[in-house]
Design a protein around this ligand. Structure first.
Ligand code: NAP
Length: 287
């Protein structure tokens, strides 16, 4: 069993750290808002510390799941950052969705301190984190990945090495690009069914078993029909992710016209006060 630290106990991190503890790993957590770390340590067999550095001291693996590029820099770098406390030979595993650029920057800093770095963004949402069924897409050195994968396994359905550092984040971008257009299409289909006076659940029962079926359709149609958007992956985070996809698309010469359009639709949802609604809230702007 490994000595681990987990930084960031949000919608995703809180249950992921819980799975590590339940798998028998030694877990020390850090959360910026200390109350949450305190609650986690009361609910689980583990400890909490007031800084990323203190949480990371003595750990073999340090996991993080925070917000964006700057948040990740804050928990990694500086005198209270995780890298300052980590042992030589330990591995930092980042589950945050961030740019491949910050990933490469931080991996270089980690290497200077003799620390391994695996970017390991996840897909599967709040339910995937709670059930320990996340898809984990990784980038990094084979040796670091091979050591980290059995620990990540505590909350993974599938965990794959996609290439060098940054390849996990590039794969996550493919995931977000695929979801963006799909959720807009699903929203238009369900709003159309509502306006046509059809029974949405009956429509989905039939069409989900044909060529139009998708995970989003099966798992989100009911709450989308009811106008409930509290599934955990916030619109604000989706805009952050689509911003990363669009900037990266420009750099590598990939055309993303639908992604760019759906990003603007999410901006409308933010203006409606839906920044913390989940991504299926695209249907709300169709009226
Ligand atoms: P969340 O509920 O908003 O939690 C964010 C966590 O990061 C909180 O613990 C927050 O601490 C911490 N944090 C943010 N900025 C920080 C900083 N500067 N320094 C230290 N801690 C900081 O977010 P989430 O839904 O768990 O998502 C986390 C990451 O996973 C994001 O990159 C998101 O895009 C990605 N993701 C989310 C989902 C999902 O379904 N939710 C799915 C896949 C990927 P406080 O408690 O103090 O605010």
């Amino acid at each position: 069993m490994a000595r681990t630290a987990f930084l960031g106990l949000g919608v995703m991190g809180y249950p992921m750290a819980g799975h590590l503890a339940r798998a028998g790993h030694q877990v020390t957590v850090y959360n910026r808002t200390a109350d949450k770390a305190d609650r986690w340590a009361r609910d689980h067999d583990g400890r909490h510390q007031p800084t990323p550095r203190q949480a990371a001291e003595g750990a073999d693996f340090v996991m993080a799941c925070v917000g964006n590029d700057d948040d990740l820099r804050q928990v990694c770098l500086g005198p209270d950052g995780a890298f300052a406390g980590m042992l030589k030979g330990a591995v930092f595993v980042d589950h945050t969705t961030v740019s491949a650029q910050v990933t490469r920057e931080l991996a270089e800093e980690a290497a200077k301190a003799g620390i391994g770095y695996v970017d390991a963004p996840v897909s599967g949402g709040q339910a995937g984190a709670e059930n320990g069924q996340l898809s984990v897409m990784c980038g990094g050195a084979r040796d670091d990945f091979d050591r980290a994968a059995p620990v990540i396994d505590a909350y993974a359905k599938i965990c794959r090495l996609m290439g060098d550092v940054g390849a996990g984040q590039m794969t996550k971008m493919c995931n977000q690009i695929a979801i963006a257009g799909l959720v807009q299409g699903l929203s238009e289909s369900l709003a159309f069914a509502q306006k046509a006076g059809l029974d949405v659940s009956q429509v989905v029962e039939v069409i989900s078993q044909g060529a139009a079926g998708s995970w989003q359709m099966v798992n989100r149609h009911k709450t989308m029909d009811e106008g409930k958007f509290d599934h955990g992956f916030a619109v604000d985070w989706m805009r952050k992710d689509l911003g990363i996809c669009l900037a990266t698309g420009d750099q590598i010469g990939a055309s993303l016209p639908v992604t760019a359009l759906v990003d603007q639709f999410y901006k409308d949802v933010q203006k409606m006060g839906g920044g913390r609604w989940d991504t299926s809230a695209l249907i709300a702007r169709l009226g």
